[in-house]
Write a protein that binds this ligand. Structure first.
Ligand code: PLP
Length: 393
């Protein structure tokens, strides 16, 4: 039979596999341990940290959606990144984006400062950044595309070619798009990292993560390390995440439709200085995104005219966007990266990455677009004219 399409995989993974009662939805296995059949007769599972049927079903579903050989489900996105960084040794070079998620930036800096690897932050959208992959013999290149929070786009096939020639592993953080809109392994990546907390779960009620690997060898190696470190995901979280995954494709379509309309609206508003949304034709990464993605996603960021007064007024006037961290849930969220998701980065690092104090990030939910648009317009209208006029002058 022909390979199933992703929407079918997401909806049907593991359905009707319960041989005991014929349950349509696979049961959740919460047990921390499993009996041995007898002396030295281990069954498939013995202890949930090492292996669990519910977590394994989520892992195999994610692997199938990403076109990967296998996946390891972890307790958070940061745990997935921690696991990834176990693949490098002291002295190895890790090349990472200078504008990545603040928690990733903090983790990389922390581990590098303890001597676990050498670290270089580069702008992977520039010739200079790509040149350092060619010149500096990294062991691991980490990409985040689209990046959080500036939605910068890295040419994944291009950097994969450079990484391969340098003998490096290429890992792509695919959290912003999910496999519904981008499958980096098809573009040459060796590994894909997810915060499943976001679109994959999609309902803001689980913190989880995953790494999917292009080869069985890498998947097995990561699985063994995750068990050793004790960072595998919990069964109930896996169950909820799989429940979210079943509606992934439908949710993502609505997120994107709403985000595209809001990006257009913001792009034409006098209170807005710049909009970062790869779906806009003048976004610098638009062509690459159109070629390597199957859509532009539900995340966008923009810069307001005016200073902190304008930012505060906008954030506090919104009624339908909750001021909160995280992203990818069905509900709309607004975030001020400099004081929230990227607060762990120094002001200098934020400035170098282009994360200004006027930058606002939206995780556009699946509410009615007319209501969302009215809320954004109303809040932009709330910005005191004097604040804006001073900034424009
Ligand atoms: N990667 C990206 C792109 C993120 O945005 C986040 C969290 O916001 C993470 C990784 C970390 O994931 P978690 O919060 O699940 O640990």
């Amino acid at each position: 039979m022909k390979a199933r399409n992703p929407s079918t995989v997401a909806v049907r993974s593991g359905l009707a596999s319960d041989s005991q009662h014929g349950a349509v939805i696979p049961p959740v296995h919460l047990s921390s341990n499993f009996t041995f059949a007898g002396y030295a007769q281990q069954r498939q599972y013995d202890y949930t940290r090492s292996g669990n049927p519910t977590r394994d079903l989520l892992g195999s579903t994610l692997a199938e959606l990403e076109g990967a050989a296998g996946a390891v489900v972890t307790s958070s996105g940061m745990a997935a990144l921690t696991l990834l960084l176990q693949l490098v040794d002291p002295g190895d070079l890790v090349i990472a984006p200078h504008d990545c998620y603040g928690g990733t930036h903090r983790l990389l800096k922390h581990l590098a400062s303890r001597g676990q690897f050498r670290l270089e932050f580069v702008d992977q959208t520039s010739a200079q950044g790509l040149g350092s992959v060619q010149r500096n013999c990294p062991r691991l290149v980490l990409v985040e595309s689209p990046s959080n929070p500036l939605l910068r786009i890295v040419d994944i096939s291009r950097i994969a070619g450079l990484a391969k020639r340098a003998g490096a592993l290429l890992a792509v953080d695919n959290t912003f798009l999910s496999p519904a809109l981008q499958t980096p392994i098809d573009l040459g990546a060796d590994l894909v990292v997810h915060s499943t907390t976001k679109y994959l779960n999609g309902h803001s009620d689980v913190v989880g993560g995953a790494i999917v690997a292009a080869t069985t060898e890498l998947a097995n190696e990561l699985g063994a390390i995750a068990n050793t470190l004790g960072i595998t995901g919990a069964p109930f979280d896996s169950y909820l995440t799989l429940r979210g995954v079943r509606t992934l494709q439908a949710r993502v379509r609505q997120h994107e439709d709403n985000a595209r309309q809001l990006a257009g609206l913001l792009d034409n508003h006098p209170a807005v200085a710049a909009v970062h949304y790869p779906g806009l034709s003048r976004h610098p990464g638009h062509q690459i995104a159109a070629a390597q993605q199957r859509g532009f996603g539900g995340m966008l960021s923009f810069e307001l005219q005016g200073g902190t007064g304008a930012v505060q007024s906008f954030l506090e006037s919104l009624q339908l966007f909750s001021l909160a961290e995280s992203l990818g849930g069905v509900e709309s969220l607004v975030c001020h990266p400099r004081t929230m998701t990227h607060a762990a980065m120094s002001n200098e690092a934020c400035d170098a990455a282009g994360i200004s104090a006027q930058l606002i990030r939206l995780s556009v939910g699946i509410e009615d677009i007319d209501d969302l648009a009215a809320d954004v317009l109303n809040s932009l209208g709330s910005i005191p004219y004097a604040t804006m006029a001073r900034a424009i002058a």
